[in-house]
Ligand binder design. Sequence first.
Ligand SMILES: [Zn+2]
Length: 266
Amino acid sequence: MKVVSSECIILKHQDFRERDRLVTFLARDKGRMAGVARGARKLTARGLSTFEPFIRGTIFYVEKPGAELVSIRKCDPVPPYLQLQAGYDKFLYASYFTELVSLCRIGTQEAEPFFLLLAGGLENLYGAQSPQALPLLRLDYELDFLSCLGLQPQWGRCCACDRPLLASKAGRPQPLLSGRHQFDASLGGVRCPDCRAAGHALTELSAGSLAFLAAWRDDAARDTLRPTRNALAELEAALTQHIVHHLEREPRSLALLPRVGGPGSV
Ligand SMILES: [Zn+2]
């Protein structure tokens, strides 16, 4: 049987039968895959750690025609990812980033963008200098995740009446309408103050939050901008609503993330 290899990120693992481990991973060339690492429950701690979530490395496996599970031989990790679990907050965010990807069907066509998304997200978490940086990394990751899914919300125009919501003044996006906007997850966009509605898929969004996001998405300005706590909380709520709406379930790791304005938050 031919052993093949892929660059991979481990998404999760669970015990399987008496001695084995079921490992789900994202292969850069093939997408989300799962396989059985035989005897992995009996490995030494060092051997076992190569199948821990967030590990990036090269995985060696055998594919069987018609079988959903591959037979995993080993995974050779790339060192920096082994240390990600050192910080608890980073661990929680990494769990969320990884779970979002593991909840998606990812085939060969989408494999590369999702691999780069997750690898970049984990790398940014690894390099973060303080817990205060983590909520912004989450925002960044969620926006890129939605782009990978082709579900990036329409931020610049009202999703109900199509009116423009932002204008550029002195090179910076400025809100055109004062008053409370709403994010509508079911329509995948923003409702202007005149199109406010009632419903469970709606969250509040101020004009300032909208303007911050538009400015912040411009890479050149990104490092100079910091959101207010209110903007961060509103954008976090809107994106979470949007993601949960489309995944049709709430990622389990989401409940463990520190909330903006709550204990342990920025
Ligand atoms: Zn409108």
